[in-house]
Each structure stands twice: as C-alpha cells, then as structure tokens.
Design a protein around this ligand. Structure first.
Ligand code: ADP
Ligand code: MG
Length: 456
C-alpha cells in the first residue's frame, strides 16, 4: 500500500482505520495529538506529545502501522518518533507569587491546615517495585508527578485490593510536595472526604470546606472513589469540586477498585473521569512478587533465602497478604530464635498456604462441593431459581470462587453467567451472614475442606 501512496496520505488512512476501532475518548487522548512531521517511502517521522503516546501507538497498532506505513525488513514499522518539546507558558498556579517570607501563618492558612490530610511516609516511588503488571501505571504516575496538570488530567488508577494503588497515589503526593513546593497537595480517601462534609454540615462550616477545596488545593489525590457509589448527596459536592479544579487545570488523581464505566456514579462524573488517562494496575508476576518480598524483608532487616521467598511469592498473590506473611515470619523467627528456611515458613504460614491456591481450583470443583454439602444439585446452582434453598448455596459458591480462584470478578462472573457486581453482592451477603450464622459458617468450612481434600 505504501509503495503507491504519499506517506502523509497513508498516515491519514491509518488514522481513519484506527478511529473505527477506538473509543472516542481514546482516540482524542492518544491518536489525535500525534502529528505527521515528514515521510519518505523508507521512513515516517511522527511527533508525539510524550513517551506514553508512543508506547500506546506501538503496543496497540504495531502491525497496522507496518501495513499502512513503510516497514523495515524485519516487519517492524519504519517510524521515527520525536517527542514534542513543552514550550507552553507555565500556568498561573505555577507562577511564584511574590516571594513574601511569612513568619506567621495567615488565618486562611490555619483554616486550610485543618482540612489537610497526611501522606504515608513509606509510600514513595523509590519503594514501589516495578514489574510487568505495573510498569505503565508507575511511569504514568511519575509523568503526572513531574508535570502536574500538564500531562493527563485526571489520572485514574484502578485495580484489585492490595496491588499498590494507594502506594502510588501517595508517591505522587510526596514527589509533588518535594519538587513543586508551591503546589498545595490534598490527598484524601473518599470516606474521609465524606466525613469532612458531614462534620462541616454539622458545625455549619461547609462554606469554609468548599472554599478550601476550590481555592486552596492545586493537586487533589482521591483514594478509593468506589465509596462514592450510592452516596448521592456527596456525589454532587464531589463532582462540583472536581469540575472546579479541572477547569483551573489543577491535577486530579483518582484510585478505584474498578474502571470508571463500572462505577455506579452519574454519567457526568464518569465521563469526566475518563477524560484523562485511565490506567490499570494488575497482579504482579511471581518474579515481581519475589522482588517486593525481598525489598520489604530488607527494610525489616530480615534475611530470607531466595528459594524461600519464591515459595512464599508463588502461593500468595496479594501484596498486602505478602506483607502480612512477612510480619508473621519476622515475629515468629525472633520469638523462636529460628532461622528462616522452607520448613519454618511452611509451619508459620500454614493457614495462608492452606488458603492460597496450589493448582488452579475450578468453578466446577467448587460447585460440586457446595452441592454435596448443601444437598442441592449442581444444575440448580447453575440455574436461576431464587428460592432461598438454592440462592444461598449459589451465593456461597460465588463467595468461595472469589476467595479461592485467582481471577478477576469479571472472569468469575462470566463462569457463573453473571456480572461482576452479582458476584460482589453475593460475597458481601455471605460475609454478613456468616458473622451471625454459625451453621452457615460451618457449612462453608466443610466445603473448603472438601475442596482441599480433593486436591490433596
Ligand atoms: P491498594 O491501595 O491497591 O489496595 P496499597 O497501595 O495499600 O494497595 O498496597 C498494599 C501494600 O502493598 C502496601 O503496603 C504497599 O506498600 C505494598 N505494595 C503494593 N504494590 C507494591 C509494589 N509494587 N512495590 C512495593 N510495595 C508494594
Ligand atoms: Mg488503597
């Protein structure tokens, strides 16, 4: 194709092609900022605003680029990228106010200090271990921290529990506080934000709070936005704050356990959250988990042999659980004055190993065990009956699938022919029930043992 066409036309054709298979916001964010600089039948030069756009293009469209544009003998697209220089004038909020040296805090600063939230001092880029699953997300976070308000706004980080979202969020906060000293960073969990509103409504200081968020914050870091779901009264206040800040080009970073489109929030705020960069943080591979474990052990002054670290990391996928395991090993090895070897670790973490999947547990194995303990048929569990006798065991099967199978809720949902939110709802229902229903707790334990025995 490229033989008979001017390279610029070929580029335009590629864009037409890519547009057809890309969402409007992805096209606007990633593809439309790319400029065609020059081209010959041998090579095309493209200008991109930053390295992420280049990465996006190559990881999503390498084959197509090589088809539409000149290619090298090895089949790779013959494209050279130049990164656009940032020649923009600094935005007003980056401009230093006259450097007045203040000896005393103004009333306004005192009021602002009352709302400011702390950052966890351990959560820094330097302590965040990089691997395949989080490389992109980490570089996006560093990009935003280096040039707040200028790259992706908002930056939306989503992924499962214990995978480092809060760690990255606070790292951004530390970096900005250290490198952009004039910018005022507010980092807050959604729960704390809601509590602030409630407190201020109670003591009639809501106007002060609004003023703080809308005029005393340059960077807003919001953790766990999923807690804004079903809180309609607070959603509006959050949306207004969000829009005021984003319209002033102030950086916003949000974390969530699911992507914006899966959040039960108004279309207006979901669309706004998708406007910038939505980045997923996945489960790290076993090598990264080993690296994280060894780094955390070193911080605690613990020596863990590599084979032992590998054994632990192979079985425990969640990093928060990995840290829990490490804390326990640390305490026990001190108490018992024991060296840390495979046998010691196996004994110390017996229950965690018991919970962690050895081979993959299948949904079928779970359904069979649930069916036999609850005396129902597997076909009933797979069916749609809503009678209590069937609905509860079905929810138990979903609850155990989430606990025992290392898959996303979406994947687990698909195996049951349900959505991820049905699975989540089932898990919450069972969690609540077992706290008061001893019989149910025992039945679930029995299913767990049943599954274990079959795997042994
Ligand atoms: P999330 O907010 O996604 O639930 P956190 O950020 O609270 O997870 O991470 C849980 C724990 O795991 C924290 O102590 C954090 O320091 C650690 N952690 C997660 N990912 C990494 C990583 N890539 N490198 C080092 N520590 C990590
Ligand atoms: Mg978190």
């Amino acid at each position: 194709m490229q033989q008979t066409q001017a390279p610029c036309d070929a580029w335009l054709q590629f864009l037409e092609f890519a547009k057809a298979g890309t969402s409007i916001s992805a096209y606007r964010n990633w593809l439309s900022p790319i400029q065609f600089v020059s081209g010959t039948p041998e090579k095309v030069v493209l200008k991109v605003p930053n390295i992420f756009v280049k990465e996006y293009l190559l990881s999503n469209f390498k084959k197509e680029l090589a088809t539409f544009l000149p290619s090298q003998t090895n089949g790779e697209p013959a494209v050279e990228f130049v990164i656009e220089k940032q020649e923009r004038k600094p935005r007003p909020f980056f401009v230093a106010p006259n450097p007045i040296v203040r000896t005393e805090e103004s009333q306004e600063e005192k009021e602002a200090a009352a709302f400011e939230a702390q950052l966890n001092s351990n959560y820094r880029f330097s302590t965040f271990i990089e691997g395949h699953s989080n490389q992109f997300v980490k570089s996006a976070a560093i990009g935003v921290a280096n040039r707040p308000g200028e790259t992706y706004n908002p930056l939306f980080l989503h992924g499962g529990v214990g995978l480092g979202k809060t760690h990255l969020l606070h790292s951004i906060g530390h970096h900005i506080r250290e490198h952009h000293k004039r910018l005022r960073v507010q980092c807050i969990t959604t729960e704390a934000f809601i509590n602030q509103i409630v407190d201020c409504l109670r003591n009639k200081s809501i106007d002060k709070l609004k003023k703080f968020y809308r005029s005393s914050v340059d960077v807003l870091l919001v953790d766990d936005i999923q807690f804004l779901q079903n809180r309609t009264n607070f959603e509006e206040e959050f949306t207004n704050t969000f829009e005021t800040l984003i319209n002033q080009h102030k950086q916003i970073v949000i974390t969530s356990d699911k992507p914006p489109t899966q959040l039960k929030l108004s279309e207006r705020i979901v669309a706004r959250m998708e406007w910038g960069l939505v980045a997923h943080i996945g489960i790290p591979d076993v090598e990264t988990r080993v690296a994280i474990l060894l780094a955390k052990a070193e911080q605690k002054g613990l020596q863990i042999p590599n084979n032992v670290a590998f054994k632990i990391a192979e079985l425990i996928h969640n990093i928060r659980q990995l840290e829990g395991a490490l804390n326990r090993i640390s305490a026990y090895s001190r108490l018992m004055n024991s060296s840390i070897n495979e046998e010691f670790v196996e004994q110390t973490l017996r229950d965690l190993f018991h919970l962690a999947p050895k081979d993959k547990i299948s949904i079928d194995a779970i359904l069979k065990s649930v069916a036999s303990v609850f005396q129902v048929r597997v076909t009933d569990l797979k069916g749609h009956s809503r009678t209590k006798d069937i609905a509860v065991p079905r929810q138990v099967a979903m609850f155990l699938a989430k606990e025992l199978i290392n898959e996303s809720l979406v994947m687990i949902g698909a195996s049951f022919g349900k959505t991820h939110s049905t699975i989540l709802h089932a898990c919450k229902t069972i969690e609540t029930k077992v706290s008061t229903d001893e019989m149910l707790r025992r039945q679930i334990d029995m299913v767990r043992r049943n599954i274990e025995m079959q795997r042994a």
